[in-house]
Write a protein that binds this ligand. Structure first.
Ligand code: ZN
Length: 117
């Protein structure tokens, strides 16, 4: 799956009013976003929900939407939590790696193979 394919599948969440949501993570996490958007459908009763930004922070997926309910929030949190055990590059099982020093932090989630990427 590519980012373009995901945007075409869920234009209401990822291309609202023709403005594409920035997806600032690698493709290994796209299945998590796919599942999340599918689950949004059950709670997006007035069709007004969209995603403002998708990014990576401290090795985890971060998702920002234009509004939140408890249900939407728990769907996002489940995807964010799951991302901590999935390689951001390829989608295989992964672990948090990196280092954290003053002014030089680098924390990502990677499988063995993509440790150096
Ligand atoms: Zn990998």
């Amino acid at each position: 799956m590519t980012k373009e394919e995901l945007i075409e599948k869920y234009p209401q969440y990822l291309n609202p009013e023709g403005i594409k949501t920035p997806i600032e993570c690698e493709n290994g996490w796209l299945p998590l976003i796919d599942k999340m958007c599918h689950e949004f459908d059950f709670f997006n009763h007035d069709n007004s929900l969209f995603i403002i930004r998708i990014t990576q922070k401290y090795g985890a997926l971060r998702v920002y939407t234009n509004w939140l309910t408890d249900e939407i929030d728990s769907i996002i949190r489940a995807a964010e939590t799951k991302s901590l055990e999935i390689c951001e590059i390829c989608g295989k099982p992964g672990d948090i790696i990196g280092y954290n020093k003053p002014r030089n932090s680098w924390i990502v989630t990677r499988c063995e193979e993509h440790r150096e990427d």
